[in-house]
Design a protein around this ligand. Structure first.
Ligand code: GAR
Length: 223
């Protein structure tokens, strides 16, 4: 299932780190041709740090409140990330807007997951907004990061139904199950050299992806 040299991943988190856990598990189970070499959180005492610790992964806290500006924080964050010499930077519930300087430093080598079917609902409170709008489906999108917030080119999306009696929490937990599938999968494609970004357009196995990315269904985990 995997081939070639294992890639180096750095994962940035702010919270529970369930996506980080999916990466840890996929790496261990042979579904991700990569090692997570570092985890950085902008918040102390979050479950994600404990997950990294338990997996024996180097982890550290960089508290944004200790910096006079977003630019200062991102400059130091960039140094810390670079010190791990990553092939790919994974934003996994990292709840910070990144400066253009940070993004360009890792351009083409940085991914995010967002809990909506982008381009719908960039920003916060995505699930409540989908419910309030009467949408019949929600989901998540993995995308390359650009300085356009939640606007970078989409790689893969997973859809879930929205039920009549859904709450934001219920929908979030249904979407998270899918996030844990599609995010390590997208990273695996990248690490295997099958996913590239050519002139701002993601290509999978040499074919340009549609605007909303590859539509994931559980039947194609071997894609
Ligand atoms: C996930 O649902 C992720 O999509 C979302 O935060 C959650 C993190 O969960 N990210 C964003 O909203 C980014 N804009 P986790 O810490 O359990 O992986």
């Amino acid at each position: 299932m995997t081939s070639g040299k294992r890639s180096r991943l750095v994962v940035l988190i702010s919270g529970s780190g369930s996506n980080l856990q999916a990466f840890i598990d996929a790496s261990k189970d042979g579904n991700l041709n990569a090692d997570i070499v570092g985890v950085i959180s902008n918040k102390a005492d979050v479950l994600g740090l404990q997950r990294a610790q338990d997996a024996g992964i180097s982890n550290e806290v960089l508290d944004h409140r200790a910096f006079p500006s977003r630019e200062h924080f991102d400059a130091e964050l960039g140094e810390r990330v670079s010190s791990y010499q990553p092939d790919l930077v994974i934003l996994a519930g990292f709840m910070r807007i990144l400066t253009p300087d940070f993004v360009s430093r890792f351009a083409g080598h940085i991914m995010n997951i967002h809990p909506s079917l982008l381009p719908k609902y960039p920003g916060l409170h995505t699930h409540q907004r989908a419910i309030d709008a009467g949408d019949k489906k929600g989901g998540a999108t993995v995308h390359f990061v650009t300085s356009d917030l939640d606007g970078g080119p989409a790689i893969v999306q997973a859809e879930v139904p929205i039920m009549g009696d859904d709450t934001a929490d219920l929908l979030a937990s249904r979407v998270l199950v899918q996030e844990h599938q599609i995010y390590p999968l997208a990273a695996h494609w990248f690490c295997e050299g099958r996913l590239t970004l050519e002139n701002g357009v993601p290509q999978l196995n040499g074919n340009a992806l549609q605007k909303t990315g590859f539509l994931f269904s559980t039947a194609i985990t071997e894609q």
